[in-house]
Design a protein around this ligand. Structure first.
Ligand code: NAI
Ligand code: MG
Length: 353
């Protein structure tokens, strides 16, 4: 029996509605599997927790979380209680940084029955792998003077280690998919870091002779995400490029309520963290209409991460059957509740057992 110890942090707003839904789904998956068991422990870290304790998590919070196999997070943020920069940096970003979650993975896939804003989406299925620890989001630089002589300098940091790490992750992922990696570059305009990025990509690709590669400048690549997304399998990008590109990916999917994400620790020292892309959705809290699919798809990524790709695929198939039959929440134009969609997914999973 494989036991996975998962720390759940529902967080704020609809996080508290979709995390329990996805946990029910994961327990169902484990029952079907037979050889898998989830041991969840819930942590109350949230903006409400902050009001009570003056901090987003307890002092021993990181220590306690480090004992788990993975972290399953809902959403963080309630501007009425705590400014966003405090809540996000005190919990979400703290975990990403301190647990060395140096890779961010975001699928962008067309779900059947969901209207993409694209006229001809043509069944796209992309994984954006983003370097999540350095690159353009470094804290090297400075500002000098004020007024018309003012200067701001922001340095980019590209280490071979982190660049290679992101690329190897992308190639490993592509090896299990359609065996194609696209590198997001801009070596025609950025003359030091991006030619370096291209060189590392070329070096790493030599170890994966069965994976096809190409590179695209980020500007053209962004346009292709809109005009012809089905040509991509795995796309590897620097921190900034990946951040923007994965949002284009979420955009063409049709609703932020379905988009999942993984923050991956690849050195095995700390747990990885899985969370949907959406936030706490203050405008729909308590109405019972939050779309649980983003969180449930996030659960599929957690399964994949722990080597349970087969059952992860079954879960994604069931999600797709459910959207295809239009058992969907109002953000997707349906009239079903969070519970309806969750129960439908559980029912269909059981039918496959
Ligand atoms: P948001 O993602 O919470 O909401 C944007 C829009 O999408 C809203 O209209 C909302 O109703 C809708 N939406 C989001 N998730 C949905 C779901 N599961 N089902 C149906 N509709 C959904 O982004 P917003 O409004 O900018 O931020 C609200 C709070 O969430 C802020 O405090 C922000 O800092 C935080 N936030 C946290 C994130 C995280 O925990 N990773 C990510 C984004 C925002
Ligand atoms: Mg972003």
């Amino acid at each position: 029996m494989k036991k996975l110890k998962i720390a759940s942090i529902p967080g704020d707003g609809v996080g508290k509605e979709v995390v329990p839904a996805a946990i029910d789904v994961l327990h169902t998956v484990a029952d079907m599997h037979g050889g898998l068991k989830f041991d969840f422990e819930e942590f109350p870290y949230s903006c409400e927790y902050y009001l009570e304790h003056g901090e987003m998590m307890s002092e021993d919070g990181m220590q306690r979380l480090s004992d788990f196999d993975s972290i399953f997070l809902g959403a963080v943020g309630n501007e009425n209680l705590v400014p966003d920069h405090i809540s996000l940096w005190g919990l979400l970003i703290k975990i990403r940084r301190e647990f060395e979650q140096t890779i961010n993975v975001r699928p962008a896939k067309q779900l059947p029955g969901i209207q993409s804003p694209l006229v001809n989406p043509n069944d796209f299925d992309i994984m954006v792998v983003r370097e999540n620890s350095e690159g353009e989001y470094s804290s090297v630089g400075g500002r000098i003077y004020r007024g018309e002589d003012e200067i701001a300098i922001q340095n980019n940091v590209f280490s071979r280690k982190a660049t290679e790490r992101a690329m190897r992750f992308a190639f490993d992922l592509a090896s299990k998919r359609r065996k194609h990696v696209t590198s997001a570059t801009k070596s025609n305009g950025i003359v030091f870091s991006m030619p370096f990025w291209d060189e590392v990509f070329k070096d790493v690709s030599k170890d994966y002779s069965d994976v096809k590669t190409d590179k695209q400048h980020i500007d053209a690549l962004s346009a292709f995400f809109v005009t012809n997304p089905s040509r991509f399998d795995v796309v590897v990008a620097s921190n900034l490029f990946g951040d923007i590109l994965s949002d284009v990916g979420a955009g063409i999917m049709g609703s932020i309520g379905v988009a999942p994400a993984g923050n991956i620790n690849v050195n095995g020292k700390y747990p990885s963290m899985f969370e949907p892309v959406h936030g706490s959705a203050p405008d729909i809290i308590g109405k019972g209409v939050a779309n649980p699919i983003g969180q449930i798809w996030t659960a599929k990524m957690l399964l994949d991460h722990h080597g349970e790709e087969e059952i992860g695929q079954v879960l994604l198939d069931v999600i797709e059957e459910t959207t295809n039959d239009r058992i969907v929440t109002p953000d997707l134009g349906g009239q079903h509740s969070t519970t309806d969609v969750t129960q439908e997914i559980i029912k269909r999973l059981r039918a496959k057992a």
